[in-house]
Design a protein around this ligand. Sequence first.
Ligand SMILES: [Zn+2]
Length: 477
Amino acid sequence: MTNTGSSSVQHSELRAADLATVAEQLGREPTVPFTVTARCTGGHPLVIRNAPLDADGAPFPTTYWLTCPDAVKTVSRLEADGWIARLNERANDDEMFGAAVAAAHEEAAEDRARALPDARAWGGVGGTRRGIKCLHAHYANRLGGGDDVVGAWVAQRVEPVHPTQRAHRVAAIDQGTNSCRLLVLEPGPDGTEEPTELARDMIITRLGVGVDRTGRFEPEALARTIAVIDRYCRRARALAAEMIRVGATSATRDAANRDELADAVRRSAGSELEVITGEQEAALSFLGATRGLDPSAGPFLVVDIGGGSTEFVLGRHPTLTDHAISVQMGSVRLTERSIRNDPPTPDDLDRLRRGVRRGIGEAAAAVPVGEARTFVSVAGTATTIKAIALGLGRYDPDRIHRTWLHAAEVERVLDVLAGMTNEARAAIPVMAPGRGDVIVAGAVILVETMRRFGYERTLVSETDILDGLALEALGVR
Ligand SMILES: [Zn+2]
């Protein structure tokens, strides 16, 4: 039975390099686990999102924290000029403004409660219950996607924080069957240099739960997904994205009530929801996964194991697709169809393998899957297996991206995962919330693909369709 999940959960990951930079920015070792919410031109952390509890388990009510020293200094100048007192006066005198400040606090408490329900009671922005105490906290809250009237006031006075900030920033949202992801990019100076990643995030909302069975989005799944997209869009706009592109894949293609999602996207993003066809999905994944790879390592096979479908894409050169197929075989869909026990029984696993072999057979009939010199694996199944194989205590994308994963490692990890309960898998430190109960199916897809076509190893990629969507929007190929 697949866990439907009652709320949206955040994936926490942290690069060792960011930990070092934030320690330098703060002038001390961070005492609270955090993730990077927003970056500046140049890529250094601008805002971090703190966990609701510090390393000792004590409440830590400041969720979003401004860390860029230039930003901190500029906001401190506003505080030194007496603006906290003046804004509090305005909140008392101007009913609309006061109500907006109160609403920002309420929303911040809700946002914190997503990570820890008890934390709703700890007040709003920066732990404040009413009025304005810290302009840094409000500005950070806005950059984290909060609807924050004080943060917006600060933004008008301090931006751009760095004079080198470039125009034409873009945001992409990839709405998959299982997860909702955000990427905000700033173009390189002349289009040849690598774009700077200003925000990258992933929240599991399980939009596709039940779609395979009913052909419709469930109202709760739709509501929690729309809330996440709305907040992503505010964050993207706070980061000066001029365009927000929202692409939705497998589950949305299959859902009869997808107009409800499209209406919400139009309101939040100001753009039309792009229902990505299997063919487009393949080309975008390939673009995101292979951009920058050495052309002499081609042809390339990119396999994107999603929740509802798996794409097999072959191309002779990076970014250029020759053959592609999207097969209705994904980790969520296969789990719903095949796994009836926890942990899965040998019968469940046999049913799963048969389903996977059928799907792979379908792919092989359309794409010369075995003809690549380099097999690239994208998406959470492969990256999580690599993190488990490495024994990481914390998910660090820098340790994963473009490293090799050997077939024997995948088989070893699959054996371990298949012997565990959903609860035990969910407790693995690098496991994204909501992935623990579907990763066995994803791992079987990867193992069977490697076995059938004789791939000894696969190059694991953190970049995929999300990057493809954003790069295409930037006009970078
Ligand atoms: Zn900065």
